[in-house]
Design a protein around this ligand. Structure first.
Ligand code: NAD
Length: 458
């Protein structure tokens, strides 16, 4: 949700009724504590802003606006990506930082929430200029970053190259100090973790599969006794063929689509995929491995013409990009950008299940409308935590200088995600809240309890 400002308040209000939540608090103290918790959790601790002074290759000096928002560090050092995009703004970075606080709390990671942003279109800068921008970012924010203070990672527009550059600059500024844990999402040779690149896409698909297959099958009888509208929706789909559309075919979308394509437990048919240029459709199912091969050879783009499709023996028709959201499928997997489902298209959505791979792909208004209609929405903070979970493993490996094998990383990743779902799903199917609210309640409860026990509510 783009405007999740009141989410914390709503979650606390839901908890207010529950006497087992902070049982030591009585009457007036309880009211005061709630007000303090709302104030603490709904505002960021710090918003840092700088104008990076960068000399371009043509000799011009530019000043590039950039941010680091540190939302909350109750559970550990701030953690969250740095986005290079021309639409970055303070509000967006703050929202994403808050989502990171909630996500890390939900998955029991020892991190707080942060996010960074630089207002540029990285495609308009040379490699040398991008290197300079990365170095300047670290120089300007150097006081607030570090393996035990605030640990950035890649986000849209940045990747392992940028993290390597930033870590190297951090090391220059802090000679003799530990530096490997200062950034995650680095290249393997620079201390990155095996599996980090695929972690989010694999985690997104794992979440969906665990919910729709493992959990539902293991609890079929209990679910059928719940008289729960989402339980009924999940039960209706079990062991059925599921048609799926995937919006976004980048790092996350392509990996999640490949996992869905090759999955043995669920009978998925991916009928549509889209990227920034086109939608491709085939009612019998698309050849996802062939599309991935094509994208790898064409700077990440899907084929855009009938000729390109037939030359590569891919059976599909080219359609208008944004129609993907409105086609009649069981599952929509969102893997592109924020705010894709909103008040103007929410009434046309036909999918009964929406999985949020991207952060906040559904606006608050659309989220409420679709949840009321009975659409099962698997929220971003539950589904897309694979990246930050493997970042956590990278951070640990950086400290120990002991590296895990790729299979070990995936096993640790899936165990962590499964453990979160085994906590959340029984609660979700037992109470009236949508899954997103359930996740938020869990995160806020964890954060509130730690704050209370640390004596920070007085
Ligand atoms: P990416 O840049 O690799 O891919 C984005 C994809 O979306 C590209 O295929 C692009 O063409 C497509 N796209 C852009 N605009 C579109 C539109 N209007 N309609 C359809 N497709 C469009 O990015 P990514 O790493 O795959 O991340 C996707 C989203 O997931 C981002 O919002 C990111 O913040 C979020 N996310 C990513 C990770 C991660 O580890 N990669 C982790 C958590 C959240």
């Amino acid at each position: 949700m783009s405007e999740n400002n009141n989410v914390i308040e709503q979650s606390l209000t839901a908890l207010l009724e529950d006497e087992s939540f902070l049982p030591d608090l009585k009457a007036q103290t309880r009211d005061q504590a709630f007000k303090s918790l709302v104030a603490i959790l709904s505002t960021p601790n710090h918003i840092h802003k700088s104008f990076l002074r960068v000399a371009l290759e043509n000799g011009t000096i530019v000043r590039i606006p950039s941010f680091r928002v540190q939302h909350n560090d109750t559970l550990g050092p701030y953690k969250g990506g740095i986005r290079f995009h021309e639409s970055v703004n303070e509000g967006e970075v703050s929202n994403l930082a808050r989502l990171m606080t909630l996500k890390n709390a939900l998955h029991e990671l020892p991190f707080g929430g942060g996010k960074g942003g630089v207002i540029i279109n990285p495609r308009e800068y040379s490699v040398k200029e991008l290197n300079l921008i990365c170095k300047k970012y670290v120089q300007y924010f150097n006081d607030i970053l570090g393996p035990d203070k605030d640990i950035p990672a890649p986000d849209a527009g940045t990747g392992e190259r940028e993290m390597d550059w930033m870590m190297a600059e951090y090391k220059n500024i802090h000679p003799g100090e530990p530096y490997r844990g200062s950034f995650t999402g680095k290249s393997i040779i620079n201390g990155g973790s095996l599996g980090r690149k695929e972690a989010t896409g694999k985690g997104v698909y794992f979440t969906f599969k665990y919910l729709m297959h493992n959990f539902v099958k293991d609890n079929e009888r209990w679910l059928s006794e719940q008289e729960h509208r989402f339980a009924e929706a999940a039960l209706r789909k079990v062991d059925k063929k599921l048609t799926m559309a995937v919006q976004g075919f980048g790092n996350l979308g392509a990996v999640a689509a490949r996992e869905a394509f090759k999955c043995n437990e669920l009978q998925n048919i991916i009928v549509a995929v889209s990227d920034a240029n086109v939608m491709l459709y085939n009612s019998d199912g698309l050849d996802i491995p062939a599309l991935i091969r094509y994208a790898e050879e064409h700077e990440g783009d899907l084929p855009q013409t009938e000729e390109a499709l037939s030359e590569n023996e891919i059976k599909a028709v080219v359609k208008e990009r944004d129609n993907l959201l409105e086609i009649d499928v069981d599952v929509l997997l969102m893997a592109a950008l924020e705010n894709q489902i909103h008040k103007d298209n929410m009434e046309n959505i036909k999918a009964e299940i929406i999985v949020e791979g991207a952060n906040a792909p559904i606006t608050e208004e659309a989220d409420e409308y679709l949840s009321d209609k009975g659409v099962l929405i698997v929220p971003d903070i539950l589904a897309n935590a694979g990246g930050v979970i493997v970042s956590y493993l990278e951070w640990i490996q950086g400290r120990d200088t002991q590296f895990y094998k790729e299979e070990e990383i995936y096993e640790l990743l899936y165990n962590k995600m499964q453990s979160t779902m085994d906590t959340i799903l029984p609660q979700f199917f037992g109470d009236p809240f949508p899954l997103r609210q359930n996740c938020y309640i869990h995160s806020v409860m964890k954060l509130s309890t730690v704050l209370f026990k640390q004596g920070k509510l007085y």
